[in-house]
Design a protein. Structure first.
Lengths: 598, 504
């Protein structure tokens, strides 16, 4: 049957198109409209959208098949998307998945999908049902879930937000647990938008704001750690319109800070956007939010609408643009390609986005936390910001601690707190009284640290330069803690499954390399590897580095190299035994003994 | 303009060009797959890595901007290591299909691998499997061979403007595909097979037809319309296996259309006119006895038309009509490539030599005069393979006292003509055409004609010699120099020469 939008939807599509300089940029939103109106994206729907946007059906097909989050015709009434990446696996997700797989019958109205990190690692094992988060899932919960779905009575649980209290007073996370914190009324009651209005009504000099942010030394909080003020200063000075793009595509496994900020304090983000957009003289702003944050996007849109209705945007358009399931769209130029209505292919740099970015115009892409920090820098001053942290890594940072700690959660602390303090003093140490084996300190893309490195004296500190000196990175600040009952070979396999799945496939070394090293890691974990193949993983990983369009290749290769070299003995043991010594036979659901396995 | 150093040599370059183009123009060897001079660059294959003085790592030259005082190196151990690594990655999932792959012998993956890698792979895992299927009526893809360079996708977006191709999926599952049910079927589709660096995209018309290292290449131009796209013949055992475009910025950029590319069957067809009757000399004798009219076609070469005119002049014969063939409208594609409505290769010269009238109403005049009896005989030289002779011309000729007919394919005239001379196709002779822009371009003999008669330029001169209109026959080039005194074959060269400054 041929698909055609009803008139209201057609008008909505036109309104969406009008927010972009090119119609094709509405392609991802248009596919969401197909989902909403027809329940899925199918071939006829794609042809219809192609015609409406003036692109070829093949173009739509290529874009649709790149992303994982659109509903397909074969998806059933309840789609359970179950996270399988390292942080959830460390907390027993595989046992839950296996149980669900056994429980769900072929004629159940349920589609079970294994997906990558959903940015809720502190509530692991987690999953989504039709876009709603379900936290701390156990096999028993799985049984109840399936039963209710069979009966048609499934209701999404109320989302759980926890914020472990520490001696460090939170800044961005200060109000996230207060009821109504996401409303305009609550935000304004606590001084929200005052900083923005001071800037706007006071007609503050935009360049002065840029200088202030530059002097603060604020570095990007999304992963790259590039000095924000410096990036803003790189903007090309020409007649082209400028764009401010907010990277809300939080997909770095082990990271779950932006989710909380968006869900619980969206107006703080909006105020940051207004100030930053003003400073860089942007024409408008796009918030690219990952597709899996279904509720988050709704909360954000509601907040934007509230702020607009209250006259706070001052004519500055803010558009919430949903992604559709692709880690690579967290890379700034992959994000821009996706925003333009394409497959999330990172762009060749140079030119850098500040010179030529979105729609070939000067563009600033900044992370949610970075932009929200700008508000506080302007409100409290550069001195206040620089009192925290170090000279090169000033300010506060939210660290998402997950894995084998007693208290997984978001910890907002000054930069340069020792890593062992974060793990043992703030997060309660290794759960169940076990011993530390390893830590991945900056999201899954960061090279792994041994327990010895973490527990060393003088201590390893959580700031950009200290971690770089330790040949790893601060990255997104996702701290994944691993105990000594965990198989590192299996951790490597899970890690490389992630990058293999998420590689966009554009350039040769990453497209082929991520697949190759995953296959070798799989072989190792399954006991089919040979001793002489262990360092092959290291060599192949090394040959991926420095030759690609973006650093996803590095993000796969450098962790791989670090795991293979620092834990070589484990790989050797696997080869010698012909199997994984940490053994997964039948599933043992005792949390302490649940191990990661494929 | 910018001053840079390339492999130690100082050169001045256009600041707008990217490094790869500069390196290639300067003759420096830089292997590459995804870059193509006729398409926007993509930078994804990573093969064109070079060392630049303003970056710590190797950079892809295809998209790297020129800067004043930049130093570029295209050779050396670090670069070799980079190229080796990229090749290793390309080869791990690439099937060892060479023995059954049509691209073998003209494959950049084979060639660069030969240059940079050893014969052993250290990949021991299972290879990926991707689809093998027809993408369109003329094109089949072996997905396992695809290196996702996106040249074909970019071609359909930028040059043909039809957008039928896309890359699907992600990572090492990526492969080129079409929308389900919408095959690649545009007038320029087979160009994607030419530009595929490996044997992923295959021309179904050339599939398994020949091993290219046994074949002979000959430069020529296409004769299927008045654009005169520059081409190469691929010939094996005197059989035309395929045509491919040759680059010419002033004519066809890098492309040719499918119709012209595939229009070769008539050359080896069993409908060829082979049997001769009588001798060309009889035309001279008839011409002395009676008034002859003349009909030639716009498929004939400059040399043939010139000699035909000379014969008509020597015999004081006339009128002259020129057969042409127009079909549809001129088709201009977004990338600038054009297919002309005029489906013969030499109409421009015919108009110049015989006058536009001869093209528009010449044949009608011939028919009328034959019917009226004011002209008693006719020499008809047709070459257009796809057009039947006009019925009224055949009927009028039937009643004439003398008919001489020359054609490529069997036609009704052959049954009753007094002299029948088998004609040669454009693939079987040397000569020149003038394209729609007034550009003179060479054709070169690529195959031996199945007919044993001599080519048109020979027997037309034989008539002139018999009429004592010239002392002796000269070579084809000799005829050309008479027809176009300002030029010779050397000036025409491999890319032709404009006679009026116009180009596409």
């Amino acid at each position: 049957m041929s698909r055609e939008f009803n008139d209201a939807t057609k008008q909505e599509l036109e309104r969406i198109c009008s927010r972009y300089p090119k119609r094709e940029a509405a392609l991802l939103p248009a596919l969401r409209l197909l989902e909403r109106e027809f329940g899925c994206v199918d071939e006829e729907g794609m042809v219809h959208v192609a015609r409406l946007l003036g692109v070829s059906p093949a173009k739509v097909f290529g874009v649709f098949t790149f992303y994982t989050h659109y509903k397909r015709p074969e998806d059933r009434k309840y789609v359970i998307e179950h996270c399988s990446t390292v942080p959830c696996a460390l907390r027993g997700s595989e046992a839950v998945h296996d149980h669900l797989k056994k429980t769900i019958q072929p004629d159940d109205p349920i589609t079970l999908k294994k997906v990558e990190c959903l940015a809720s690692c502190d509530t692991a094992p987690c999953l989504q049902v039709n876009g709603d988060f379900v936290d701390y899932v156990t096999p028993e919960m799985g049984d109840r879930m399936v039963a209710s779905m069979r009966a048609g009575t499934w209701k999404a649980p109320t989302p759980i937000y926890k914020l472990p209290a520490t001696k460090y007073p939170p800044v961005l996370l200060k109000h996230v647990l207060e009821p109504g914190s996401e409303t305009l009324e609550h935000y304004q009651r606590r001084g929200g938008y005052e900083t923005w209005l001071k800037v706007y009504d006071g007609k503050r000099n935009p360049d002065e704001i840029i200088e202030e942010v530059f002097k603060s030394g604020l570095r990007g909080r999304g992963g790259a750690g590039f000095p924000t003020g410096q990036k803003w200063k790189f903007l090309a000075k020409n007649d082209k319109p400028r764009y401010l793009v907010i990277n809300a595509d939080e997909s770095e496994p082990g990271t779950f800070k932006d989710k909380m900020l968006i869900d619980k304090d969206p107006h703080a983000l909006i105020e940051g956007i207004l100030i930053s957009g003003y400073a860089i003289k942007a024409k408008c702003s796009y918030i690219y939010i990952r597709g899996e944050f279904v509720t988050g996007a709704q909360i954000l849109q509601k907040a934007v609408d509230e702020a607009e209705a209250a006259g706070l945007l001052k004519g500055f358009p803010i558009t919430v643009h949903r992604g559709a399931g692709a880690y690579i769209c967290g890379e700034e130029t992959g994000l821009l390609s996706s925003l333009e209505g394409n497959r999330g292919y990172p762009k060749i740099k140079p030119p850098f986005p500040a010179v030529e970015g979105l729609f070939r115009s000067p563009t600033i892409v900044n992370n949610v936390e970075t932009i929200m920090s700008v508000v506080h820098i302007l409100k409290n001053g550069v001195e206040w910001f620089r009192k925290m942290g170090t000279e090169k890594s000033p300010g506060m940072k939210i660290f998402s601690v997950c894995g084998h700690v007693e208290r997984p959660g978001n910890y907002e602390i000054p930069l340069s707190v020792p890593l062992k303090e974060v793990i043992y003093d703030l997060a309660g140490g290794i759960r169940g009284g076990k011993n530390l084996k390893a830590v991945i300190p900056g999201g899954l893309s960061a090279p792994i640290l041994t327990a010895a490195e973490v527990l060393a004296d003088p201590p390893l500190r959580m700031d950009f330069d200290a971690l770089a000196a330790a040949k790893t990175m601060l990255g997104s600040g996702g701290i994944i803690v691993i105990d000594d009952e965990t198989c590192i070979v299996d951790t490597l396999w899970n890690t490389l499954r992630f990058y293999h799945h998420e590689s966009c496939g554009q350039c040769t070394p990453c497209r082929e390399g991520t697949g190759w090293i995953e296959k070798m890691a799989a072989k190792m974990e399954q006991g089919r590897g040979r001793d002489d193949e262990i360092m092959k993983i290291d060599e192949v990983a090394w040959s991926m580095v420095g030759r690609t369009i973006c650093v996803l290749a590095d993000a796969a290769a450098l962790p791989a190299r670090s795991m293979v070299t620092k834990f070589k003995a484990e790989f050797e043991a696997h080869c010698a035994a012909g199997k994984c010594p940490y053994k997964h036979g039948s599933v043992d659901l005792t949390p302490a003994k649940v191990l990661i396995h494929g | 303009m910018a001053n840079i150093k390339l492999n130690g040599k100082d050169i001045e370059v256009d600041g707008k060009d990217k490094l790869l183009k500069i390196c290639l123009d300067q003759g420096a060897f830089v292997p590459h797959y995804c870059w193509h001079p006729g398409l926007q660059p993509a930078g994804n294959c990573r093969m064109c890595l070079v060392k630049v003085s303003n970056s710590k790592k190797l950079e892809v030259s295809c998209m790297y901007p020129v800067a004043d005082k930049l130093e570029v190196t295209t050779e050396g151990p670090e670069i070799d290591a980079g190229r080796k690594a990229v090749l290793e990655f390309l080869l791990i999932n690439h099937p060892l299909d060479c023995p059954i792959c049509d691209k073998a012998g003209e494959c950049d993956l084979q060639d660069y691998t030969y240059k940079y890698r050893q014969g052993v792979s250290r990949f021991e895992e299972d290879k990926n499997i991707r689809h093998t299927k027809d993408l369109g009526p003329n094109i089949r893809i072996w997905g396992n061979r695809c290196i996702v360079c996106t040249r074909c996708v970019r071609f359909c977006e930028e040059v043909s403007g039809t957008g039928e191709l896309c890359v699907i999926s992600r990572g090492d599952r990526s492969v080129v595909d079409v929308f389900p049910g919408i095959p690649i079927d545009n007038p320029l589709s087979l160009n994607v097979v030419d530009i595929c660096p490996v044997g992923a995209l295959i021309d179904k018309n050339f599939m398994y037809a020949a091993r290219v290292w046994f074949t002979k290449r000959t430069e020529s131009v296409c004769a299927s319309c008045s654009r005169g796209c520059n081409i190469d013949f691929t010939v094996l055992d005197n059989d035309i296996k395929r045509l491919q475009p040759r680059p010419n910025a002033d004519v066809n950029q890098y492309w040719m259309c499918d119709e012209g590319r595939l229009n070769t069957a008539y050359v080896g067809s069993d409908r060829r006119l082979i049997k001769a009757t009588g001798a060309p000399r009889e035309i001279a004798e008839a011409g002395r006895r009676m008034t002859l009219a003349g009909v030639i076609s716009a498929y004939s070469t400059i040399e043939e038309m010139y000699l035909f005119m000379k014969v008509m002049e020597a015999l004081k014969a006339g009128p002259i009509g020129v057969l042409a063939l127009t079909r549809g409208q001129q088709q201009k594609f977004p990338g600038g490539f054009t297919i002309e409505a005029d489906r013969t290769p030499n109409r421009a010269y015919a108009a110049k030599l015989f006058g536009e009238e001869a093209l528009v109403s010449g044949v009608t005049s011939v028919v009328q005069e034959l019917q009226a009896g004011t002209v008693e005989g006719v020499l008809i030289m047709n070459g257009i393979p796809d057009a039947a002779l006009p019925a009224d011309l055949v009927e009028a000729a039937r009643k004439a006292k003398f008919v001489a007919a020359c054609d490529i394919l069997l036609n009704p005239l052959a049954e009753f003509s007094h002299v029948v001379i088998p004609g040669t196709t454009w693939a079987e002779k040397d000569g020149t055409f003038m394209n729609v822009d007034g550009r003179v371009q060479r054709i070169r003999k690529a195959v031996e004609s199945p007919v044993t008669a001599r080519p048109e330029t020979q027997w037309l001169q034989e008539i002139l010699v018999a009429l004592q209109a010239r002392p002796a026959a000269v070579s084809v080039e000799g005829v050309f120099r008479e027809a176009m005194p300002e030029l010779d074959y050397g000036k025409v060269g491999h890319l032709g020469v404009s006679t009026n400054g116009r180009h596409s």
